[in-house]
Design a protein around this ligand. Structure first.
Ligand code: ATP
Ligand code: SF4
Ligand code: MG
Length: 334
């Protein structure tokens, strides 16, 4: 892929916190995340099940509720502070033109009684306030679908007439109709067979190659796919980012003890078990996010932990290759 990153920040997240509130108490799903995504940059987001990846994706869109609450911090998307603009501006300027979000399992929530044309009419109406005719949709969306390798005929089908792989590619096509500057996509390949996964990855790569979508926040459990389509990798643990940097650097020479354990555990990771398992190569379980451990959140499972780790929370350290780490070992503290 020939991707041009131009050094301009497109999405700037600073000190972001958000939580779920319910009978179960307060779950701190995202608890102090800072991340910058440049124009033209694809960032992969990885981490154990339940560490907060989907929560972060949702908070970046500026749309929360009913259980998820924004707590503090800022999210700038192309200069718009999503938590400090009117709802109408968020909808028309940010979500319509700049950022598109494909939630986890989006393809399972397509309205089954509408043809793809009808779904597109609804989306256009929601974003622009005007419902186009089905002929207008066929003309405009048809070209876009074809450019992504989908036939125009797909527009006249119902979701149940599409395979899982096709459905997911249709979701991607619908979500990128307006050429958003950034696509936030949450585990798009996890329910697909291998050949459908390959097709979808090709579609996502094509979007970026043709500059239809330049930047991406790509959530995945599939590290080889992240390496294939992202320039950077962010590793999340218990609601926080613990290591962020160039994808090759992080994967080939992980520095944070958690990243090292995560990568070492890939061979033992089996998504078909429902994502509820914990990593076998890291002792212990992920912490309860209602009461995160004090100090470094990883200290109860970290083989390198020392006394300070259990009481003082590490701040962010920067390495020469642009990587940022949350670990006392890189703060000269241990
Ligand atoms: N609707 C909800 N209500 C209460 N807690 C929630 C809700 N959704 C997620 N959580 C909790 O918030 C935390 C972060 O969950 P999140 O779904 O963001 O993790 P994830 O990294 O996306 O996991 P996965 O890889 O399984 O998709 C977890 O402890 C999870 O149990
Ligand atoms: S701060 Fe301490 S406990 Fe946390 S990852 Fe680093 S060495 Fe391990
Ligand atoms: Mg998730």
């Amino acid at each position: 892929m020939v991707i041009q990153m131009n050094g301009q920040p497109l999405v700037v997240v600073e000190g972001l916190k958000g939580h779920y509130v319910g009978m179960f108490g307060v779950v701190h799903g995202v608890d102090g995340v800072s991340l910058t995504i440049e124009e033209g940059e694809g960032v992969g987001l990885v981490g154990e099940s339940g560490c907060g990846k989907s929560t972060l994706a949702q908070l970046v869109t500026g749309v929360t509720g009913p259980m998820l609450h924004y707590q503090e911090g800022t999210v700038q998307v192309d200069g718009y502070n999503v938590y400090d603009i009117p709802e109408e501006t968020l909808r028309t300027e940010v979500l319509c033109k700049r950022l598109s979000y494909i939630p986890q399992a989006a393809m399972d929530s397509l309205n089954p009684v509408k043809r793809i044309t009808g779904l597109l009419q609804d989306v256009v109406k929601e974003r622009t306030g005007r419902r186009p005719t089905s002929d207008e949709i066929r003309r405009t969306a048809g070209d876009h679908f074809e450019s992504l390798g989908l036939s125009r005929g797909v527009l006249d089908l119902y979701p149940h007439e599409l395979s899982g792989g096709m459905k997911q590619r249709v979701v991607v096509a619908i979500s990128t109709l307006w050429n958003p500057k950034i696509l936030v996509v949450d585990e798009p390949t996890s329910a697909l067979d291998v050949s459908s996964q390959k097709m979808l990855i090709k579609t996502l790569a094509m979007l970026r190659d043709r500059a239809m979508v330049k930047s991406m926040l790509f959530i995945t459990h599939d590290i080889p796919v992240a390496r294939q389509i992202c320039e950077s990798l962010a590793v999340m643990y218990c609601g926080q980012l613990v290591e962020v940097g160039p994808v090759e650097g992080v994967l080939d020479a992980p520095q944070h003890p958690y990243t090292q354990g995560l990568l070492a555990s890939i061979a033992s990771y089996e998504p078909q078990q429902g994502g509820q398992q914990w990593l076998e190569s890291i002792p212990g379980r992920p912490p309860d996010m209602r009461e995160p451990p004090p100090g470094c959140r990883f200290h109860p499972r970290c083989a390198s932990a020392e006394a300070r780790c259990a009481v003082e929370e590490p701040t962010e350290a920067r390495l020469a290759d642009g990587r940022s780490l949350r670990c006392w070992r890189y703060m000269g503290g241990l």
